[in-house]
Design a protein. Sequence first.
Length: 255
Amino acid sequence: MRVAVVSKDVSGEIAREVEDFLIKARVDAEITEIDSELENYDLIVSVGGDGTILSILQQIKCCPPIFGINTGRVGLLTHAEVINFKEELNKILKGFEVEEFMRVECLINGESKLIAMNEIAILSSIPAKLIELRVFLDGDEIEYMRCDGMLFSTPMGSTAYALATGGPIIDPYLDSILIIPVAPFKLAWKPWVVNATRKIEVELHRDALAVADGQNLMKVKVGDKIKIVKSEHPAVFVKHPTRIRKIANKLCDIQ
């Protein structure tokens, strides 16, 4: 098994400890950069927080299983902490199952431009300036909106930016997309949870930014044809035995 040990700090002490541990266990392991070459490994061990995992997923579409060691603040997507990573790695070296979580893609004028584990955000390109847009579901207009932005979140992403904007927590194993406005001018507008197979289109009335997981972004203009779709490339993780309990506990502990 070929294993990539990935950390934003490639010279960091924890990353070196993980690499040494795996090599001593006779695993072909190496510390590597966050780039598209990660698709060529059998397993990715991420050393960092949720942001590190999101950075990895921004670089790859065909995703090897990811195992996360949390050195960040929250660690909703991770499997182990620094104090117990050796014990948890020993378990998966004996064999493991995987689980998949849907991602969303943003198509602009027919081309896939962004992919996200948590959410695609359509935001104002000018700070403190409203954007104006229309959202269509299977060709039917949901609403004309004036707001700071619009989020299109995955179920896993419902515990991220979407939660901070007042959205519901969704079972991460569902195939659905959460549509939620950011600071809507019309206070009566509420989030929608729709089947991931629905055709979601956005019509801009002001230029904006499309942002994937708070990391990759691009400008979108009035007249661009914007679609939000379920990606054909899910995020793949080493199966966590108590994923739901972990999410619940972590959300209660966030400060």
